[in-house]
Design a binder for this molecule. Structure first.
Ligand code: NAD
Length: 406
């Protein structure tokens, strides 16, 4: 089947590779000319494990262009960022649908972008000749290729049975396929992200209490995670969540609810806790003008170069405003900070280092390196991940919700 994917960011590109894996010919369209030129030369525009190999393997089935082709099936994977009022900005999605309609008025249109509940139904009303479906994306940056090849489930939101069947064939998978209506598919995506955010904020609150009472949140998380009703995932205390999805999706969902006169109290609270968690890390740093802080890890999570809404950047901004000297290090993400090429350089002469992203090489920084390079070997572990937590040597270590080991 010949398929067109519009938008070649994290979702569009990985989806296109997945379809090409399944032997479909895929035309990828993006407004970003430079990105398309790089992709045509086999260069991935994002950091993702296995993406270069996957691109090479599928070179003959993938075409990259800035021109919209005539196609029977379009998948939309353009961005849906947050507006100033917290709502979801659908302008890119709407522009794409309008263009598709002008090119192929009876095409099938599959929404992969995360859009608020009700969006696909509204578009169906405006463009009755197009055939819409909503298939939300659940990949995780850092393991996107693996997630795409082994999804936990595929949610197909469509009224059109024939299209639902076509999509079942298209996304060949052994994973459970859940057939629902488009609005349910849309809400499923937001509910999933909100639930994960709630889990993180929940354990972060427990971590703060652990700091007060002298308990170890890592052991608490292990203890509760063994209960299958709770499960071990997403119970890692730290500096809070960020990234291109959780903050904006939570803002979109809570704003939508508020506009309908409803409050999503638990989800709103998760957001407030997340904001307070960054302040909690800031309090542990105890910033003062002239202090030199090295931020270790800048991307919002390991395995990606994505800096959208990265907690490290938010922390850097606050520290800089307070007159703190900030240096940074990240193996993949590139920022405007005073970013160094190595951990050694980033921590050289620093009063304090803060782990903000749990990259393997950051987890493994030795106490000797910190003692040798830093002015004073103080480490705040914003991800509770340091490998030497039980043998910190002369490093003054502080995690989140962990008793002091030094
Ligand atoms: P992204 O910003 O990485 O990519 C979007 C791409 O769309 C960009 O390359 C941009 O140039 C292109 N684009 C914008 N307008 C266009 C237009 N009119 N025509 C053609 N191309 C256009 O975004 P992303 O992270 O891939 O996210 C895309 C959608 O998927 C969002 O709705 C997001 O919420 C959702 N999503 C993202 C993730 C994730 O982990 N990144 C996971 C699940 C769902």
């Amino acid at each position: 089947m010949q398929v067109t994917v519009i938008g070649t960011g994290y979702v569009g590109l990985v989806t296109a590779i997945g379809l090409a894996d399944a032997k479909h010919d895929v035309i990828c369209v993006d407004l970003n000319k430079e990105r398309m030129e790089r992709l045509s030369n086999g260069i991935a525009p994002i950091t993702e494990e296995g993406i270069e190999e996957a691109l090479q393997q599928n070179q003959s089935r993938l075409t990259f262009t800035t021109e919209y082709p005539v196609s029977d099936l379009y998948l939309i994977a353009v961005g849906t960022p947050e507006r100033a009022d917290g709502s979801c900005d659908l302008s890119a999605v709407e522009a794409v649908v309008k263009l598709i309609h002008s090119i192929q008025p009876d095409a099938a249109v599959v929404m992969k972008s995360t859009v608020p509940p009700g969006t696909t139904e509204k578009l169906q009303t405006v463009y009755p000749s197009l055939r819409f479906a909503m298939v939300p994306e659940f990949l995780r940056e850092g393991t996107a290729i693996r997630d795409m090849r082994n999804p936990h489930r595929v949610i197909i939101g469509a009224h059109d049975q024939q299209l639902a069947e076509t999509l079942t064939d298209l996304f060949k998978t052994n994973a459970p396929i859940v057939h629902v209506d488009p609005t349910t598919a849309e809400l499923t995506k937001y509910a999933a992200n909100s639930f994960l955010a709630v889990k993180i904020s929940f354990i972060n609150e427990i971590a703060r209490l652990a700091d007060i009472v002298g308990a170890d949140v890592e052991d608490v998380a292990h203890g509760i995670g063994l209960d299958p009703r709770i499960g071990p995932a997403f119970l890692k205390a730290g500096a809070g969540y960020g990234g291109s999805c959780f903050p904006k999706d939570i803002a979109a969902l809570t704003t939508l609810a508020q506009q309908q006169g409803e409050h999503l109290h638990v989800i709103e609270a998760a957001d407030r806790t997340n904001e307070a968690q960054l302040q909690y890390v800031l309090d542990k740093i105890n910033p003062s003008p002239g202090l030199h802080v090295a931020l270790l890890g800048l991307a919002f999570k390991p395995g990606t170069d994505d800096l959208r809404d990265a907690p490290a950047l938010r922390l850097a901004e606050r520290l800089t405003k307070m007159g703190v000297t900030v240096t940074g290090y990240d193996p993949a993400a590139k920022t405007l900070l005073d970013q160094k090429e190595s951990i050694e350089e980033a921590v050289a002469g620093a009063d304090l280092a803060v782990i903000m992203t749990e990259w393997d090489e950051i987890k493994q920084i030795t106490p000797e390196l910190l003692v040798k390079q830093m002015k004073s070997a103080r480490l705040v572990d914003g991800r509770n991940c340091w490998a030497y937590v039980n043998e910190p040597g002369n490093v003054q270590y502080e995690g989140i919700g962990r008793p002091n080991k030094t």
